[in-house]
Ligand binder design. Structure first.
Ligand code: GLU
Length: 553
């Protein structure tokens, strides 16, 4: 046994396997040339973030572009920052948005696949085995520096304007001997394991990022920690070991990791692994007082994906919107294929913007209106009920009383070739149709200023006698025209436009009077259909209330 081997035994005596065991246990995937394996590797330190959802979507698209695999891995090495329910929220969230998970955590409490465990806290032995192998080769070593030692080094570096960190002459335990290490271990001193970096700041490392293109950075020369004092790996080390063993071909992650990539490339090389292709996704940005900044969990409600669920944005609206950010050619494709599943779109990572796209609520709203306008009424009501049950129980109760009536309400104008786009999200649906529900209806008799209350009374009284609830749409409008002379309104829009001074109003004004009286609004979907759903008695009662109101003002 040479010194390095003795050191390895001293530091990690319980590890009896060597890397070949895991290499055999997790053989290369053999999926065929060019088939991509991607993953999202969230840390359950919070709830699903818009950025994680976006990165998951990109990973899924990249895997799908070659019929590949997308898996999830839970990076829970930081137990202190873990939040309860974090894993469930992230996994359920990704699934809620229709992003299929092939492998890894397919459910919050169920993993699938031959490359697990897919949770880092369950893989300590694997990391320790690879760390031990590096120690045996003289490529890693124990460091016994305390927090105070490291702070003292930092102070010296700062005072001398030297780059801070554990590198070069500041790598205090780099050449520790087995005997020294043994003595310290006997004293019960805790240690971390550091990589003995062969890199030099003078050298450049170059890699071809899938989105950002060629990136050139100084080589890593820092002896960074690979195993913490509790034997748990750092992100850097776990990333290299896991993505190698799990056969990840493309590491697609947030671009905050670019600065760590030289460390990662160095690890892959020293461990004898083939490096994956790196793809760094720019964050979604926000405009804040005219300046662009990263969307922030603290400042922006939409950073937490829950926001969209609470507001009642359909999952596919959010995905559709994220697609417009993900691919600059998606909108053209969508125009040419208005009803096609977005999964049919040929995604090309090269079309991604290298700088962060701005989060645009108006755009999301626009996309979402279209998504909802294309839904059949059964789906609208089912999904509205699902949403209301959780976020607006009072409205849920009202809808629930008569689901068929709710369907009739939300079907008004829906079958038109060009359906109205009034509903952006489920939380809009109540206000949109408030006047259809007796429990919610609030009369409002505000007429456009050019219509007098006297005219309104005359029109409403004439209409009460002419109103026939069996009339279809065109008969309905004929009736409106027929009552116009009762208030000296023109019976014909053209005639009114030619000589407006001759009349007190137009047929359009007559229907506005009726509309306001029945719905409290000047703008609604088709009034004839509304009146059919409301029923004769309700319409007459509302007209009577309006007449009474207009007579008193
Ligand atoms: N756990 C890391 C994070 O939450 C994952 C980064 C990666 O995808 O490699 O950011």
């Amino acid at each position: 046994m040479n010194d390095f081997e003795r050191l390895a035994e001293l530091l990690l005596p319980d590890i009896d396997k060597d890397p070949s065991y895991y290499e055999d246990k997790f053989p290369a995937r053999n999926l065929g040339e060019g088939v991509r394996v991607t993953r999202v590797a969230p840390s359950p330190t919070g709830y699903l973030h818009l950025g994680t959802l976006f990165v998951s979507l990109i990973n899924r698209l990249v895997a799908d572009s070659t019929g590949g695999i997308f898996f999830t891995r839970i990076e829970d090495t930081d137990k202190k920052r873990e939040v309860e329910g974090g894993i469930a929220d992230i996994i359920n969230g990704v699934k809620h948005f229709g992003i299929k998970i092939d492998e890894g955590f397919v459910e919050p409490d169920r993993e699938e696949g031959a490359y697990g465990p897919y949770k880092q806290s369950m893989r300590a032995e694997i990391y320790q085995c690879y760390a031990k192998s590096l120690i045996k080769q003289g490529l890693a070593y124990p460091c016994f520096c305390t927090e105070e030692d490291l702070a003292a080094t930092r102070a010296i570096q700062e005072a001398n304007k030297i780059r801070t960190g554990y590198h070069g002459e500041f790598a205090k335990h780099r050449n520790i001997t087995v005997d020294e290490a043994e003595a310290l271990i006997k004293e019960g001193k805790p240690f971390v394991v550091r990589l003995k970096s062969p890199g030099s700041e003078e050298n450049k490392v170059i890699f071809d990022d899938g989105i950002k293109g060629k990136i050139e950075m100084p080589e890593n020369d820092e002896d960074f920690v690979i195993l913490k004092s509790d034997g748990i790996p750092t992100y850097h080390f776990a990333h290299a070991v896991d993505d190698h063993l799990m056969g990840t071909t493309h590491v697609i992650r947030g671009d905050e990791w670019i600065s760590s990539t030289p460390k990662h490339l160095q690890l892959f090389k020293l461990l004898g692994f083939k490096a994956p292709k790196y793809v760094h996704v720019s964050p979604i940005m926000k405009l804040d007082n005219g300046a662009k900044r990263k969307i922030s969990k603290r400042k922006d409600p939409e950073a937490a994906v829950h926001f969209f669920a609470e507001q009642g944005y359909p999952a596919e609206s959010v995905i559709e919107y994220l697609m417009t950010i993900a691919a600059s050619d998606f909108e053209d494709w969508r125009r040419a294929n208005p009803t096609e599943d977005y999964k049919k779109f040929k995604f090309n990572i090269k079309k991604m913007s290298a700088s962060g796209a701005l989060f645009d609520t108006d755009k999301l709203n626009d996309v979402s209106k279209t998504v909802i306008s294309r839904m059949k009424v059964d789906e609208v009501v089912t999904r509205l009920l699902d949403w209301a049950k959780e976020y607006d129980p009072e409205f849920y109760e009202i809808l629930q009383k008569d689901v068929d009536r709710a369907k009739a309400i939300y079907n008004i104008d829906r079958e038109n070739p060009k359906p109205r786009k009034d509903i952006i999200k489920w939380s809009d649906a109540k206000n949109y149709a408030e006047y259809m529900f007796t429990e919610l209806y609030k009369p409002c008799f505000e007429l456009p200023t050019h219509i007098s209350t006297e005219s309104a009374v005359k029109i409403l009284e004439a209409y009460k006698t002419a109103y026939d609830p069996t009339h279809d749409n065109s008969q309905w409008f004929e009736t409106i025209k027929s009552i116009c002379p009762a208030a000296n309104f023109a019976t014909d829009t053209k005639a009114y436009k030619a000589e407006p001074e001759k009349y007190a109003g137009s047929p359009g004004d007559a229907s506005t009077i009726i509309r306001v009286s029945i719905t409290g609004r000047t703008n609604t979907p088709d009034l004839c259909s509304i009146m059919k759903v409301l029923g004769y008695d309700t319409c007459i009662a509302r007209i009577d209330a309006a007449i009474a109101h207009f007579k008193t003002v």
